[in-house]
Design a protein. Structure first.
Length: 324
């Protein structure tokens, strides 16, 4: 039995289709990324670069060019199918696989199709994802323990307190926190301008007094220079460039995990947001509409996932059992 062809042999090199078509193909990645946020652009580029590893090349631009090189869908679907299998073997979560498949690859091919660079679409199915979220941590007591883990009274302590306040008090996503600039907060009016996930325009959100005070304490240390609201305080990074460096979403994740480790809570930024949303539902008697306004979730079904902290299913099971 002959060996299967290597992945890079499945898709031919870009065929000659005229100067105009070549120019459009060259600009495909630029057009694909032009209306995305900075964080989304970085994520898409990382996903495309990971995909090109299966092609024996590197770079997001090469991924765009090679995806559009085949005149028929078969070779591309075969390669993407093998790529999804490769991601499973690496132990990636189904949601991560679907993001790479749908958000990066399918969306890029869809745009290429709208420009008549290809005449087909990707038909590789996504992974099944169980609609479940464990919101046991942190609850109100857990949030207080996290705040207690912020014992530093220096610049880093002030910065991390303000970040934790935004994640909990307003239920912000870490990407929404990371991309904030000084111009997006107005402490006199007690408002903050947030760009929601997948949107281009910003919306104003009111700042509770406690959140406003934490932001003011951070600004007293940071100063009022224009630029990123939250910056890295790493001495090594400061030595490389005199300009303040925006605190990345990865750094926010790592810093929060360190705080959680101090108080023995396994926590992540999205977990803080989810815990805040569940706390809203607990405090308002299950008013999903109010929780949706707080969380800014577009699909109300996202708020109806099983809450293991309350163990509502277990409570109902005990009621049914006792009734029999």
């Amino acid at each position: 039995m002959s060996e299967p062809p290597p992945p890079q042999a499945l898709i031919p090199r870009p065929h000659s289709a005229g100067i105009a078509a070549g120019a459009d193909r060259d600009r495909l990645l630029e057009r694909f990324l032009e209306n995305q946020t900075e964080n989304t652009r970085r994520a898409y580029c990382r996903d495309l670069e990971d995909f090109t590893g299966r092609l024996g090349t590197s770079g997001a631009r090469q991924a765009a060019e090679r995806l559009c090189a085949s005149p028929t869908p078969g070779p591309v679907n075969q390669l993407v199918h093998d790529y999804v299998s490769h991601l499973r073997q690496r132990g990636l979560a189904p949601a991560t696989i679907n993001r790479r498949l749908a958000a990066a690859l399918r969306s890029l091919v869809r745009l290429a199709r709208s420009f008549d660079l290809v005449t087909w679409a990707l038909d590789v199915p996504g992974e099944r994802v169980r609609s479940y979220r464990d919101t046991r941590e942190p609850d109100v007591a857990g949030a207080r323990r996290l705040a207690g883990g912020l014992q530093r009274e220096d610049a880093k302590g002030a910065r991390d307190r303000a970040i934790l306040r935004l994640l909990w008090d307003l239920g912000l996503r870490r990407s929404e926190v990371a991309e904030l600039d000084l111009e997006h907060i107005d402490l006199q009016a007690s408002t903050i301008q947030v760009r929601e996930k997948g949107e281009h325009d910003r919306i104003p959100l009111p700042l509770p007094d406690e959140t406003r005070a934490a932001l003011q304490a951070w600004l007293d240390v940071r100063g009022l220079e224009p630029g990123p609201l939250f910056v890295s305080l790493d001495n090594a990074a400061s030595a490389r460039t005199p300009e303040p460096q925006r605190l990345s979403t990865t750094s926010i994740y790592r810093e929060l995990r360190k705080i959680g480790d101090r108080v023995q809570i396994k926590v992540r930024p999205d977990g803080v947001r989810h815990g805040a949303i569940t706390t809203v539902l607990d405090l308002n008697g299950g008013d999903v509409r109010a929780a949706q306004r707080f969380s800014r979730q577009k699909d109300v079904r996202t708020l109806l996932v099983d809450d293991k902290r309350q163990d509502l299913g277990g409570k109902m099971a005990r009621l049914v059992a006792s009734a029999a």
